[in-house]
Structures are given as structure tokens and as C-alpha cells.
Design a protein. Structure first.
Length: 202
């Protein structure tokens, strides 16, 4: 009986701790490309991913996430223009300090974190890239899409209509120690269980 009570208390505390995790969606609010094409006219209608060295980069304001642990992240972008087959890789931008301009230029991106095949079946739908756990180093985060050398495709930008903005889906856990009330409940539970066991023996 005593062991059962202890096990139940541990499960309860674990459940309370796990409840601190939440899923958050953050919409992109900054557009960018690199290699000198930040003001290319194509970028007013869609984000150009194609050729050699062309990227689509999306900026996110992550100020509200500072001090929190991101255990999982998925990036979603709307494939809205080219139907040709290609493999598109997603990466975290190496320049995470974008400014307030609508369309800005970057100088490089990080390693590819996940790839997805783009073709006719993904046209006019959101595609998803798994970015895994994230460690934030500032108040802003960029995600870059690039072709893997076998084609080109396009994704809806913020500057187009905003109807299908790219977004991040984040599983976030607070970096907090257990609250005093939680610890108090655990202590009372253990004390009660010990008292019941001693009384039963008596």
C-alpha cells in the first residue's frame, strides 16, 4: 500500500511538471533573401527558392520565448507558385539580427536541418520541415529555405498578401523550478502515507 501511494504521488508530480509544456504558433513577420536578390521583383509575389545560391528567408520575433526551452520546432511555408519537382532544405539563418525593414538581405545560412520534396502534390498547401529542438541566442530567429540543386520552387512571402504566412509550431517548456505549493503537496502526501503506514503497524 505504501509503495502504491508513493508511486501515485510521483506520477501526480510528473503530470504537474509535464503540464508546463505548451504548443505555441508564431507567424513570420519579416521577409528576406540573400545573394543580392532582396529587392528582386519576384519577391513581392513569392519567395524564390531556385537556381544556385537563391534562398527564401523568413524572420520571427521570439522575444516572448526568452528563458524557455524549445523541445521541438516545425517550420511551415505555403508552396504557391511552381509545381516542378525539387528537394527543399530548411536551415536556421546564421544572421538572426534582422531589422525593421519588410525585405532585408542576409549574408549566409546555417546547416540544413530537414528536407522535403516539393512537387505538384504540394502546390497550394503548407509544407512542413522538422527543425528539432532550438536554442535561441537572441530575440529574433530566421529560417531559410533553399533548393538542394535539382530544381526551384516558390513560397508565399509576408509582403505578398499575408493570407498564408509561414509559421513556426513550437513545443515550449518553462525553465522553472517546482512551485512551493507543488512541493508542499508532495511533502504532505509523503507524510500522510508514512503516518498511515505507521498507524497500520501499530
Amino acid at each position: 500500500m505504501f509503495k502504491s501511494l508513493i508511486s501515485a504521488l510521483i506520477v501526480s508530480i510528473a503530470t504537474l511538471s509535464g503540464a508546463q509544456a505548451e504548443v505555441i504558433r508564431i507567424d513570420t513577420n519579416q521577409d528576406a533573401t540573400i545573394d543580392g536578390y532582396s529587392n528582386h521583383y519576384f519577391n513581392t509575389g513569392y519567395r524564390w527558392v531556385g537556381g544556385t545560391g537563391y534562398f527564401s528567408i523568413f524572420g520571427f520575433d521570439t522575444t516572448a520565448l526568452q528563458g524557455k526551452t524549445i523541445t521541438a520546432a516545425t517550420f511551415s511555408a505555403f508552396h504557391n507558385y511552381t509545381a516542378g519537382a525539387a528537394t527543399i532544405g530548411a536551415a536556421i539563418g546564421s544572421n538572426n539580427s534582422w531589422n525593421a525593414q519588410t525585405v532585408i538581405s542576409y549574408t549566409g545560412v546555417g546547416a540544413i536541418l530537414d528536407t522535403e520534396v516539393t512537387d505538384q502534390s504540394t502546390l497550394n498547401t503548407f509544407q512542413n520541415w522538422n527543425l528539432g529542438p532550438l536554442t535561441l541566442t537572441g530575440n529574433y530567429l530566421t529560417v531559410a529555405l533553399t533548393d538542394m540543386g535539382n530544381g526551384w520552387n516558390d513560397y508565399e512571402p509576408v509582403v505578398y498578401t499575408g493570407a498564408n504566412n509561414a509559421f513556426l509550431t513550437l513545443t515550449v517548456a518553462d525553465n522553472k523550478v517546482p512551485e512551493p505549493a507543488t512541493l508542499g503537496l508532495l511533502g504532505l502526501g509523503l507524510a500522510g502515507a508514512a503516518f498511515a503506514r505507521r498507524r497500520r503497524r501499530a
